[in-house]
Ligand binder design. Structure first.
Ligand code: SF4
Ligand code: SF4
Length: 502
């Protein structure tokens, strides 16, 4: 295993980091298998585990804690809090304490301000009395060593955040699918001494599931496309650790092979150059070179075209439990958009003026006007715009309510509730959230009480809105029996929708 120093923290982190949100804990013996994989990873030199209270319904933290204990080694683990959910310093501090308790550890080395979507969000999270202050308190008490963040924000926003000097490390989405877009982030991070960890290095599964497309990244015939993608990420000297969520021992071994041979800087440079060249040779691909920038209609053509690349791939995106090739394509596109620039259009009207300026400048000679039109059609059919969210809510909330419940707690519901509150500012109904995660019961989630679903009939809300994408159908099947008790139950998503948040 190779190790690099993480920014200015002085900590040496392993090239491969263990992601914990993909373990198959729902399968028989799932918890034990996951701990086994994590222990083996540690044995092989992995010393960074990325986990969160929100992964696998709280199981991921328990897996991480158990693996650290069983291995008996010094391993760096994360605790996370999203500052728009844990809005106060107290809430964030409590989250850190709860996570440590859940893992059975006295300290976590890295606190991660989780899923920062924009510079504006970061400013809210770091305002006096906000989540960041809670993290500072935990740091003073030596519950955490370093304050970092994970971002799904546009690159320019990530750079602005790093320049505030408030974070010591950043976890960003970076893969062969977005080779150029995040390069400025890597460059500025190196200048400032901010450590960089990468996630989504396999493009959300797209790369291993499309090995032929990505064979250009392989250095020799024995190297798999997935291993090549990981090695390519690590070839960037600014990147300390490449995260990967491994679900089997075989996947772990394959990932380890990617870091088997230490490349010298010349080899790494050659690897990056070879990929850059091959990438621009793939017919019909947007390389992210950004020569098309400066659209008079303000369209972020680079982000849109990088997302359009996803149409070319088969499969990928299995976690959303949906079927149908067109819908899966739409999910892939919106997933990429969200990872690259957290982009959701305000409505599905294509703003392109068809001036043709971008097409004249495109180095790949891509039919940009046609592609942008196609994308907006797909946003419309899959309800991926702010206007769609608002229309959906207007259609759902047509009555007078005393009690409104959302199901389940999470960033997704937070997004839906914030639209609801903007749309119905004079609504006097009590709002609550039902969630099966008992750790959340009786707590305030973004200021809203989370209840045990066993209290459903006692509370008897007028309406329950299922604001969960992945398990929408299962939740509905579980609770539809309460319709006969006069409770209206509505799924917020139609079958053809893509998620509104990734
Ligand atoms: S053709 Fe459309 S997308 Fe291209 S520069 Fe003109 S307005 Fe922008
Ligand atoms: S110029 Fe063409 S290839 Fe380059 S980023 Fe724009 S659309 Fe992509």
């Amino acid at each position: 295993m190779q190790y690099r120093t993480f920014g200015k923290t002085g900590k040496m982190l392993s090239a491969l980091g263990l992601g914990t949100m993909r373990f198959k804990t729902g399968e028989p013996n799932g918890f034990e298998n996951a701990v086994g994989i994590a222990v083996e990873a540690i044995k092989q030199g992995v010393n960074y585990i990325d986990t969160s209270f929100g992964y696998l319904g709280g199981q991921a933290e328990k897996i991480a804690g158990e693996a650290v204990r069983r291995s008996g080694k010094d391993v760096y683990v994360t605790v996370k809090s999203n500052g728009l959910i844990d809005v106060s310093a107290d809430a964030c501090y409590k989250r850190i304490c709860d996570s440590l308790k859940s893992m059975g550890l006295k300290k976590a080395h890295f606190f991660i301000l989780w899923t920062v979507l924009s510079y504006d969000d970061f400013i809210k999270m770091t305002a006096a009395g906000g989540a960041y202050d809670g993290a500072l308190r935990a740091k003073e008490e030596e519950l955490v060593d370093h304050i970092c963040m994970s971002a799904h924000a546009p690159p320019a926003d990530i750079i602005k955040i790093m320049r505030t000097g408030k974070i010591e490390g950043v976890t960003i989405s970076y893969s062969l699918l977005t080779p150029h877009i995040f390069e400025p982030v890597l460059r500025v991070a190196a200048e400032l001494g901010v450590g960089v960890i990468t996630m989504n290095s396999l493009g959300g599964g797209i790369i291993p599931q499309n090995p032929d497309v990505f064979s250009f990244a392989r250095q020799d015939e024995d190297e798999s496309a997935a291993a090549a993608a990981l090695a390519w990420s690590y070839a960037h000297p600014q990147i300390t650790t490449v995260l990967s969520g491994m679900t089997t021992i075989d996947e772990l071994r394959e990932n380890l092979r990617a870091f088997d041979k230490a490349e010298n800087s010349d080899d790494s440079k050659k690897r990056i150059e070879a990929v850059n060249k091959s990438f621009s040779d793939i017919s019909g691909f947007c390389t992210g070179c950004a020569y098309c920038s400066g659209c008079p209609a303000g369209i972020d053509i680079v982000s849109l075209m990088q997302a359009f690349n996803a149409i070319k791939f088969t499969s990928g995106i299995s976690d959303y439990r949906r079927k149908g090739e067109r819908l899966l394509e739409n999910i892939r596109i919106c997933f990429r958009l969200s990872m690259i620039s957290n982009f959701m259009p305000s409505d599905a009207q294509n703003p392109c003026l068809q001036c043709g300026e971008c097409e004249k400048k495109c180095t790949q000679r891509l039919p940009l006007i046609k592609r942008i039109d196609e994308l907006y059609k797909r946003f419309d059919e899959s309800a991926y715009s702010e206007k769609h969210i608002i229309e959906r809510l207007k259609n759902i909330f047509t009555g007078n309510y005393k009690n409104i419940a959302f199901w389940s707690a999470g960033l997704y519901t937070k997004k839906v509730i914030s639209y609801f509150q903007k749309l119905f500012p004079n609504q006097n109904a009590d709002i609550l959230i039902f969630d099966k995660n008992e750790k959340l019961w009786e707590t305030l989630y973004n200021g809203i009480r989370v209840e045990n679903p066993d209290r459903l009939l006692e509370i008897k809300p007028d309406i329950i809105v299922i604001s969960n994408y992945v398990y929408s159908e299962e939740i509905y099947n579980d609770i539809k029996k309460y319709e006969k008790d006069g409770i209206q139950i509505v799924k917020i998503h139609a079958p053809e929708d893509v998620p509104w948040l990734f």
